[in-house]
Write a protein that binds this ligand. Sequence first.
Ligand code: UDP
Ligand code: MG
Length: 341
Amino acid sequence: MTPESPPTNDASTRPVFSVVVPMFNEAASILLLHARLSAVMDSLGDPWEVVYVNDGSRDATLPTVEALRDRDPHVAVINLSRNFGKEIATTAGLDHARGAAVIVIDADLQDPPEVIPQLVATWRDGFDMVYGRRRVREGETWLKTRTAALFYRLMRNWGQVELPPDTGDFRLMSRRAVDALLKLREQHRFMKGLFAWVGFPSKPVFYDRAPRAAGETKWNYWKLWNLAIEGFTSYSVLPLKLASYIGAAVALVAALFGVVVVVRTLVWGDSPAGYPSLLVVVLLLGGTQLIFLGVIGEYLGRVFNETKQRPLYLVERYLPARPAATGVASPASDHASDPRS
Ligand code: UDP
Ligand code: MG
């Protein structure tokens, strides 16, 4: 565990549910989100907390969640020292979540909190990883849907983990699934892949993904492209193998071509023609080499980043939920005390 890990959990003050919400410039969504979320969580009737992770927002996100915490004892606030990106912000939230079941949800209300009771019901049926699966992707362009589909197909065929399609980070995890996930401390965090790597009994719950409630998406195509590379290179070394196969094929063709040239020269004598084919071969080989240098660079860069062993994130301040809400007094609930704690 990293030094910034939260204080050890005292089982008696653990809430049953923790909701983790990564937030980057979400001031406009927070109040609506919190209202809907608390209504749903209260209806479950067990102690709960919500961990709002402010991921270096440049708007009023931090003061807004801090004001919320003053009013509502269910609220915990983590303020990261800067923007670390959604994947790491989510990890920070998971590190500090104390519940026997942990729910991860986006701040923009694209994942409706009203689905949570279904996630909880499936968890109570004995599933460790209950993930929300989108029925429709509303408010997304044709291109985004197509490219996403292509990515999932590639990952299914060549990645070493099985990524459930149409699934985001919206999910519920049991305590043992969270603990397992938190053992994976790699810098390059492709959460969908990490979730899948953990395994345990998993089950989807279908829901309709809504368009963003307010603000705008933080993803553009360049970021999505990088996320796709992240995902692919984290789970597959196929591109590296491809280099050897294509290299071997090109070398073989080149060798055959060499034989042809020698034979031709012996039979018909030296001919200056052939400059075009020469150029083609040189360019082809040069291009292939550059491509695979790039591929190797992608992997090497990841190795480099991992070897630095930096902490994943730094916490500027952590304000835990107040015990009143997360129910010191709930020995009645069989989920409150986790045998593994
Ligand atoms: N987010 C974050 N850090 C970032 C970018 C996004 O914590 O650097 C949060 C954001 O506030 C939201 C969630 O991640 O709660 C999903 O972001 P977004 O809605 O932009 O992604 P999309 O829904 O388009 O995949
Ligand atoms: Mg969104």
